[in-house]
Design a protein around this ligand. Structure first.
Ligand SMILES: CCCCC/C=C\C/C=C\C/C=C\C/C=C\C/C=C\CCCCC(=O)SCCNC(=O)CCNC(=O)[C@H](O)C(C)(C)COP(=O)(O)OP(=O)(O)OC[C@H]1O[C@@H](n2cnc3c(N)ncnc32)[C@H](O)[C@@H]1OP(=O)(O)O
Ligand SMILES: Cc1cc2nc3c(=O)[nH]c(=O)nc-3n(C[C@H](O)[C@H](O)[C@H](O)COP(=O)(O)OP(=O)(O)OC[C@H]3O[C@@H](n4cnc5c(N)ncnc54)[C@H](O)[C@@H]3O)c2cc1C
Length: 627
């Protein structure tokens, strides 16, 4: 019934202060206040309706996204929202759009790789959205292998310009978000050629479209690459294709913080690692880790609430059937994901600190922690997106048949999220970077260099110090195993950051105890999943492994009465969740039934096509039957 909280009894079971946990999840009282205010602003505004997304044809869907983005920008300016509030608003609007790449990559690329002069020229235009930018790095033929990119930027000393060109079909820029139909400019990555010498990949600001009539400029061929996975989902984004036919740009549009080209055509590499040209990707990877906890927690919230509502089997003497959340199989699938959502939240907080620290060190030309920052952002992006993508699918399955309905919110959540395993670095390619970092650490141990930070534990691998093995040999042969080692390394980081979080002062009755239980579920579920490795290496005895599994089941029982309260602490509105199964009030069945009749297919009792395609069959069948 309307107005009844069907989960009230579940909420009464909570053994901790939910309001205090909301502050832990939000990060601070201030963050919680801003989240509440902006979430309500979006939820209460019909302009931000999103329940129709999966039913709109692409052109209408895309135009609707443009409308929302423009309206959001209007509201941001009308309400004079801060950058923090504006970012929250885009988060709660919950629709991928060209603005993600404008704010999330184009501007950071100029801030990270542009000189002060270039920042003074371009950032004010970008902040006012007088230009709209994208990040054009990936090509049809190369994405993972950045050093394999083919687009060229040839310096012309006669005109003090670069000539940007797409020499082959495979050099076509392919995938950049916002490129297909909207962006007026791009940070474009191309091979810097001076006097016939290839200096490798650098970033260039290139205008793509006229600011007068939005038509592509001379030499520019640009468009959308077509429909992507799922209805709605990432089809609100105009991922594009772009070709250059000898497009000329001024020399001062090469991003020159890391390296420069003088008027005379002399190439100067600052005494900084060339990998700083990859800095924007590092920034986005750390953002993606924080974002993974948001996506995973949304799916877990839906699945947990529905698991408490859904009853199936187990009726005793005509009494109510069993809540499926009480089945140990349901708990063993759901609660590790609940624990992972909290774990990723905390490791995301730490990674943001690490990234900020590295950026501050770079200001002082201190590059000592750059390798660790690269390994951590790459590895944690890979781990958290893989677990989150698989976790959203598992949450769909945890909801049975109704999880497959669009009104559950889970199919679109999955479709919009899964590319996170690929973009900003294919997850395996990134794990190989972590493996390379681990192997380099091993080789340095042999020289007496003690590892610090997240690899300090490797200093205790005594036997490797004796082996003097040539770690370079066999990397390709052992890469699949090394990737597993990289995953384990990242999982250790997540566990250690969860434990460090628990060592902080955590206010609120029962809050710390719940987080301790979730931390236990996180590491014990990993230990259970990988117990073969621990047994094979004698790190665990069979008895210890059995004890760990017993403790894991005991923790499921400890978390069970608190499960609804733990997902309430995510503080998601029904509008944001956009899920009938995940409704705060648990009023699922009436709302599912109500929603079914709103489907366009039910606008007519007899479907379009009946008379042309069904009736003739039936009549034919009737005729045959009479024979
Ligand atoms: C709808 C779902 C919404 C989710 C939204 C998610 C986030 C939103 C949250 C907030 C929004 C804000 C920001 C985000 C905005 C938008 C996000 C939305 C969508 C995302 C769009 C995605 C955009 C893209 O995909 S951009 C293109 C990404 N491409 C890649 O990642 C390419 C991957 N490849 C590489 O990085 C490199 O090719 C490489 C694999 C690292 C190899 O490089 P190479 O130069 O060949 O180097 P090599 O391997 O030889 O190593 C040499 C040496 O360098 C070190 N190294 C390598 N890279 C780095 C680095 N980055 N930093 C530091 N050091 C590095 C390496 O370790 C070696 O060192 P050593 O010699 O061993 O010592
Ligand atoms: C939704 C979406 C949005 C995107 N947005 C942007 C954007 O805005 N800007 C942009 O520039 N790009 C963007 N991209 C492109 C994205 O960054 C690339 O697709 C990504 O980096 C993966 O590269 P790839 O496609 O070349 O994969 P590939 O490298 O071709 O991967 C194919 C397979 O090869 C494997 N593989 C590759 N190299 C190795 C290796 N050395 N060892 C072992 N296995 C290997 C991979 O693991 C994978 O299994 C986007 C992509 C998507 C899907």
């Amino acid at each position: 019934m309307e107005g009844v909280d069907h989960l009230a009894d579940e909420r009464k079971k909570a053994e901790f202060n939910v309001e205090a946990m909301k502050i832990v999840w939000a990060g601070s009282q201030h963050n919680l206040e801003v989240s509440n205010r902006i979430s309500k602003l979006v939820a209460d505004d019909p302009a931000f309706r999103k329940d129709d997304r999966t039913m709109l044809p692409r052109k209408e869907l895309f135009k609707n996204t443009l409308r929302k983005a423009a309206y959001a920008w209007k509201r941001i300016n009308e309400l004079r929202l801060s950058e923090e509030e504006a970012s929250k608003l885009r988060f709660y609007v919950d629709e991928t759009a060209y603005t993600d790449l404008h704010w999330g990559m184009f501007i950071p690329a100029i801030k990270g790789q542009g000189t002060d002069e270039q920042q003074r020229k371009w950032l004010p235009l970008a902040y006012k959205m007088q230009i709209i930018g994208c990040y054009a790095q990936t090509e049809l033929g190369h994405g993972s292998n950045v050093q394999g990119l083919e687009t060229t930027a040839t310096f012309d000393p006669h005109t003090d310009e670069f000539v940007i060109h797409s020499p082959t079909l495979t050099s076509s820029k392919w995938w950049p978000g916002g490129l297909g139909k909207v962006s007026t400019h791009a940070v474009t990555y191309a091979r810097l050629i001076i006097d016939g010498k290839d200096h490798g990949v650098h970033g260039f600001i290139v205008q793509l479209r006229s600011l007068e009539d939005h038509r592509p400029l001379p030499g520019i061929t640009v468009g959308d690459i077509g429909m992507k996975f799922g209805n709605g989902a990432y089809n609100t984004m105009d991922n594009g294709v772009l070709r250059f036919d000898h497009v000329r740009i001024p020399r001062n549009q090469m991003l020159m913080k890391v390296s420069q080209v003088t008027r005379e055509g002399k190439y100067k590499q600052s005494d900084v690692p060339r990998q700083l040209v990859y800095g924007t990707m590092v920034y986005v990877r750390q953002r993606i880790v924080a974002d993974a906890s948001c996506y995973l927690s949304r799916a877990v919230c839906i699945a947990t609430r529905y698991s408490a509502v859904r009853r199936q089997f187990g009726s005793q003497n005509g009494g109510p059937e069993t809540q499926v959340i009480d089945y140990k199989t349901q708990q063993s699938r759901l609660f590790p994901l609940l624990a992972s959502a909290y774990a990723f939240r905390f490791v995301g907080e730490w990674l943001e600190w690490l990234y900020t620290d590295v950026m501050q060190r770079l200001q002082a030309n201190d590059f000592s922690t750059l390798p660790e920052a690269h390994a951590c952002t790459a590895g944690l992006k890979s781990l958290t997106t893989s677990v989150t993508a698989d976790g959203i699918e598992e949450c769909r399955k945890l909801c049975g048949g109704h999880g497959y309905l669009c009104t559950s919110g889970l199919p679109e959540l999955f479709a919009v999220y899964v590319p996170a395993c690929t973009y900003e670095g294919d997850n395996i390619v990134l794990l190989l970077q972590v493996a390379r970092f681990l192997m380099k650490t091993v080789s340095q141990i042999g020289t007496g260099k003690q590892p610090v930070g997240t690899i300090a534990y490797m200093g205790r691998i005594e036997h490797l110090m004796q082996c003097r093995c040539n770690v370079q040999r066999g990397f390709a042969e052992l890469s699949a195993d090394l990737v597993e080692a990289a995953v384990a390394h990242c999982q250790l980081i997540v566990v250690s950051k969860f434990i460090e979080k628990l060592q902080q002062d955590i206010p609120g009755e029962g809050v710390k105890q719940q987080l301790e239980a979730l931390c236990g579920i996180y590491y014990l579920s990993l230990l259970h999943k990988h117990q073969g490795d621990f047994l094979a290496t004698s790190y665990l005895t069979p008895k210890q492994s059995a004890l760990a599994n017993d403790q894991l089941r005991a923790l499921y029982s400890k978390v069970r009465p608190n499960a609804i309260a733990l997902v309430d602490a995510f503080n998601y509105s029904d509008h944001f969740l956009s899920s009938i199964l995940g409704r705060y009030d648990g009023n699922v069945y009436p709302k599912l039934y109500e929603a079914a009749w709103k489907d366009p297919l039910n606008e007519s009792v007899v479907p379009d096509g009946y008379h042309e395609y069904v009736r003739p069959l039936l009549k034919q069948q009737l005729h045959t039957a009479r024979l």
